[in-house]
Design a binder for this molecule. Structure first.
Ligand code: NAD
Ligand code: MG
Length: 400
């Protein structure tokens, strides 16, 4: 049966990779809905290519976008803003939601998809960093399916026993011989450079990732290794494990996408070319396999695989993420919010790349928020997010 797909964040890098796969498998998948926030010309071109039934744009663009669709002779329902995203994510016609919006903006629709019992292909790691417990609870209660497409988490998922794949709480309660999870990290563009060189880096150097081509925010996060920090928190929630069971190792070649260490000494790894089409295709077709269109790995061309312990002084964001995870959900919300503001300030040329960790640390230690209770919901989470963003603005204002 055809799987009906909603791609939220269709105009981004994950959106590109997802739609490239779907374009070659239209007999099995229907592109039912798309969303985009910027680059609406691109969204219009995608509407022409895939003729979805529904599309979501920013609220202020609904009327003009509807007129452009009319002019192009396309009969597509246009909705707008957060409510529009939620409407699409919960549409009874949708089977699968690809959660590929960047940052906190993706949380409400991803959570709504979980509460509507959808199959969720999760790229939007920030949703789990902010609301891991609420998200996982919603997945369980509403019998949704959460499949990670972040390459590391997808690799770990593939290396876990199928009984855990089907019920992730098993790993915590029964262990199944899982000793540790190993997240691999490329180390980003500054791995071989000194802290002083990193301090001078401009935007173009920071977003130039050695192995992956990605959106701007995650590229900056990779340069500071905040991305690995966010992924550490993501892994704790996805696989129901404490942070000390999750190790990070730098592997500059990005061939091994992550590993599971078992009690008998076995390390299971997933290997592949650094191409997001592989984890996305895996999650789209799970438990089957489809052709992703990515280049097969050429093992004869590999000269070597290196593994390096991360330097937590140079990459302080990774340390902060571990500390935040230990401190609790309010700390991970503050860290995520501060980081989004700090990255935006770096991209706007207001602060240096290395200031991001300082800003995040100041926010973590100074933002005053009350501890979330066990029955906290999305409004409580968004309130802490708002307070942290405002506070981070004041930290940055003092620096510039
Ligand atoms: P991107 O910047 O290329 O695309 C982001 C998408 O989100 C775009 O479609 C944009 O229009 C939409 N968007 C941005 N702000 C929005 C808002 N306020 N409201 C609604 N929509 C909004 O980002 P990306 O690299 O595709 O990353 C998307 C997510 O996937 C991130 O959470 C990222 O961490 C994660 N991820 C990306 C990669 C990668 O290779 N790009 C790998 C793993 C995980
Ligand atoms: Mg990743």
């Amino acid at each position: 049966m055809t799987q009906r797909i909603a791609v939220l964040g269709a105009t981004g890098s994950i959106g590109d990779s997802t739609l490239a796969i779907l374009a070659t498998h239209l007999e099995d998948y229907e592109v039912y809905a798309l969303s985009g926030h910027h680059r609406l010309d691109k969204l219009l071109a995608l509407c022409q290519q895939f003729s979805p039934k529904r599309v979501c744009v920013p609220l202020e663009s609904v009327d003009t976008f509807a007129k452009r669709l009319d002019a192009a002779d396309l009969d597509i329902d246009v909705v707008g803003g957060d409510a529009g995203l939620i409407d699409i994510a919960t549409d009874t016609q949708v089977d699968t939601v690809v959660a590929a919006i960047v940052g906190a903006a993706g949380l409400p629709s991803t959570l709504a998809a979980a509460r509507a019992g959808k199959r969720i292909l999760l790229a939007n790691k920030e949703a789990l960093v902010m609301a891991g417990q609420v998200m996982i609870e919603a997945v369980k209660t509403h019998k949704a399916t959460l499949l990670p497409i972040d390459s590391e988490h997808n690799a770990i998922f593939q290396c876990l026993p199928s009984i855990i794949q089907q019920d992730n709480t098993q790993i915590h309660d029964r262990c199944h011989g899982v000793r540790k999870l190993w997240l691999t990290a490329s180390g980003g563009p500054f791995l071989q450079q000194s802290f002083a060189q990193m301090q001078q880096a401009g935007v173009a150097e920071a977003v130039k990732h050695p192995n992956w081509s990605m959106g701007q925010k995650i590229s900056v996060d990779s340069a500071t290794m905040m991305n690995k920090g966010l992924e550490l928190i993501e892994a704790c929630h996805l696989f129901d494990l404490p942070e000390d069971k999750i190790k990070v190792v730098i592997h500059p070649q990005s061939i091994i996408h992550s590993m599971v260490e078992y009690s008998d000494g076995s390390f299971l790894a997933q290997l592949g070319s650094p191409d997001m089409k592989t984890p996305i295709a895996h999650a789209l077709s799970y438990p089957q396999r489809i052709n992703s269109g990515s280049q097969p790995l050429d093992l004869y061309a590999l000269s070597g695989l290196e593994f390096i312990k991360p330097d937590l002084q140079k990459f302080a964001c990774l340390r902060l993420a571990r500390e935040a995870m230990k401190a609790g959900t309010q700390a991970t919300i503050v860290l995520n919010a501060a980081n989004e503001i700090a990255v935006a300030a770096f991209l706007a040329g207001k602060v240096r790349l290395t200031d991001i960790a300082d800003i995040n640390e100041q926010a973590l230690t100074q933002v005053q928020v009350s501890t979330l209770t066990a029955n906290a919901d999305i409004d409580d989470i968004l309130e802490i997010d708002k307070i942290a963003r405002l506070y981070t603005d004041t930290i940055i204002a003092k620096m510039v």
